[in-house]
Each structure stands twice: as C-alpha cells, then as structure tokens.
Design a protein around this ligand. Structure first.
Ligand code: PMV
Length: 337
C-alpha cells in the first residue's frame, strides 16, 4: 500500500486564469504548457489504518491550511476510489522553492494523484489521473504529461472535458528556460484567490477568456512547427493579457515587483536589439520565466543576473511525464492512455 511518484513542474505558455466551477476546479478556458525538468516534486504515499492523515513536506510536518489542502484532496481520492477507512502517510519533497509562483502545486498534486492511486493499486488511465490532479490544482492536470501539453476548458455540463493531453513529447523541441527569481519566500495572494477576484471584479475578465480561445490553436501550431517567433509573441501576449485582467480587478491583483518589470524590458531588448531568441512569461508571482534556445542560455543568464534584485536563476529544460519510482529505478513511465 505504498508508492513513490515524481512529477515535473510546468509553466503555462498560454495561461489558465479563471474557473468555470470552483468545486470541480474546471478551467473557464484551455491552456498550453511546457513541462519543466529538473524542477520536480517527489511524493510517497502509504495507505494505513491509522487515525489521521499525516503529511511531511520537505522534512517538516505540515499543519494548518497546507495540511487541510492535502487532506481535502485525499478525501476526494477516498470517496472516488472506495478507500474510506484508510488514512495516508504522505512524504513530499520539492527540488525548488515552494509557493512562490514556480508551479509547485502543479508538480505537487500531479505526484500526489499518481502516488496515492498507485499505492492503492488502482488501475487508472492518464485521463482519470489528469482529472483527479486538476481537483488539487488546475495546472497539476498538465504535469502528468511530459513535453508540451494542452489542457481543455470544462463546464458544469461537461466536466469530463477538462483534462490534459500531450501536444508534443519532451524530445520534440529543445527549448530551455531561465527562471529569474526576484524575491524569496511565499507569494502573498494564491492563484485561486487572485483568479476569483479577477473573475468577480475585473471588467476585462470576459475579454481575457475570449482572447485565450483564439491563442490556443495558434500556439499549438507554433509548437508543432517549432516556430519560436510565433510562440514568443503568443506566450508574451497571453502572460500580459492575464496580468492585465488581474490588475484591472478591484482591488487590483498585482503579482509583479519592480524587478519583474526590469526583466520584461531586458527580454525585449535582448530580442529586439541583440537578435536573441527569447521570450518571457509570468505566473501568479513576481518571478520571470524566460524561454530561449540552447545556444542563448548563457547569454540570457548572464544578462538576467546583472539586473539588480535578481536573487537567483534556475535553469530548466523540457521535462518528461510523471512516473512511479522505486529507489532510483523507474517502475512505470506514464503513457498517454
Ligand atoms: O493551477 P493553479 O491554481 O496553480 O493556477 C495556475 C495559474 C497560473 O500559473 C498563473 C497559470 C497557469 O496556467 O499555470
């Protein structure tokens, strides 16, 4: 009744921002992401007959809201798969900073969904796993797959549509990411709170959702044809449109700091004045995620590190699917069933 799973983080190129249903966690629009290695969560789950669920996160016992969020997800696993009466011992570790806008909930809930179902020896398809992970965090549905991934919108009439599928595998296109961390510590406004506030109060929310539906097929085409320039344009527009809708909420949801803005200018300068293949994207935090090609990684990293206020840079490449492990060996690589 134990299993260990690894899932990689992912960064959306066409963003998800808005829920059609907050209980089922159905995204109002689709999204497209790149799975990123080596940023990963490793999670072990053991189902036991003890009284309570226990969660250890990076070696420390979780309490309060962090614990509640995991227990809520375990409750869902219990009711969905007839595991009433079983309690879980969860041990989870992130290889990167948590809850700072680096998509830790994406890799976290993907790894938890896979480990929890595998530990109970359940035979679940990738589509079921993706729908389960989505209930923990919308972006987690995408982290079950490697490479470039599309997540579909859902509606209360058709919740089953809100699952992720792969557009292209992790070896399809060797893009690299330089993640520029512009602060330390946890973000102040969670993505769920920021999204709800945008949806409830921003006059630009509907325009934002309409714009996503237009970007999705174009971004998918850019990935399939490896067209960096087109993807760059679409990804930057998606990030800025998402943040514009959030900033227009009342009160405005503003995740950026001054360094975020400096980095946007830098990326544009590198592209427009130095001919570098590079684009940025920004999630629910102040960090700037910069995509480039292998030949420009060192140049981009050196330029980013010169910006005052950049705390650290992390490097990533396109990652593979979530999988089960036993020690160092991969037991089951996930498929796209
Ligand atoms: O899935 P959540 O609740 O972590 O929300 C993700 C929101 C963004 O990271 C800003 C965009 C995205 O599509 O990942």
């Amino acid at each position: 009744m134990s299993a260990t799973a690894i899932a990689y983080s992912n960064i959306a190129l066409i963003k998800y921002w808005g829920k059609a249903d907050s209980v089922l966690n159905l995204p109002s629009a689709g999204s497209i992401s790149a799975t990123l290695a080596p940023l990963r969560t490793t999670t072990s789950v053991s189902w036991t007959r003890s009284e309570h669920d226990t969660v250890q996160f990076n070696g420390e016992r979780s309490t309060g809201r962090d614990l509640q969020r995991i227990v809520g997800f375990l409750d869902l696993v219990r009711t969905s798969y007839d595991l009433e009466g079983w309690r879980a011992e969860v041990r989870t570790e992130n290889s990167f900073p948590t809850a700072a806008g680096l998509a830790s909930s994406a890799s976290g809930f993907a790894a938890l969904a896979l480990a929890a179902t595998a530990a109970a020896d359940l035979d679940v398809t990738m589509t079921e796993l993706s729908a389960l992970a989505r209930r923990g965090s919308g972006s987690a549905a995408r982290s079950l797959h490697g490479g470039f991934v599309r997540m579909n919108a859902g509606s209360t009439a058709h919740p089953e549509r809100a699952v992720a599928s792969q557009i292209a595998g992790d070896d399809a296109w060797d893009l690299r990411a330089v993640l520029a961390l512009t602060t330390v510590g946890r973000k102040k406004v969670s993505s769920t709170v920021g999204m709800n506030q945008t949806q409830d109060t921003s006059p630009y929310f509907d325009a934002w959702i309409a714009s996503v539906e237009q970007s999705l097929p174009a971004a998918e085409e850019a990935i399939n044809t490896r067209n960096f320039q087109v993807l760059a344009k679409l990804a930057e527009a998606s990030a800025l449109q998402m943040h514009a809708s959030a900033i227009a909420a009342v009160p405005g949801v503003l995740y950026w700091n001054g360094v975020t803005v400096e980095l946007i200018h830098l990326v544009r300068e590198l592209r427009e004045e130095h001919g570098v293949d590079v684009f940025f994207t920004i999630d629910a935090g102040p960090h700037v995620k910069i995509f480039t090609t292998p030949e420009y990684v060192d140049q981009v990293d050196a330029a980013v590190r010169k910006v005052p206020g950049v705390v650290e840079t992390l490097h990533a490449r396109i990652g593979g699917p979530a999988h089960l492990v036993d020690g160092e060996s991969v037991l089951i690589g996930s498929t796209n069933r």
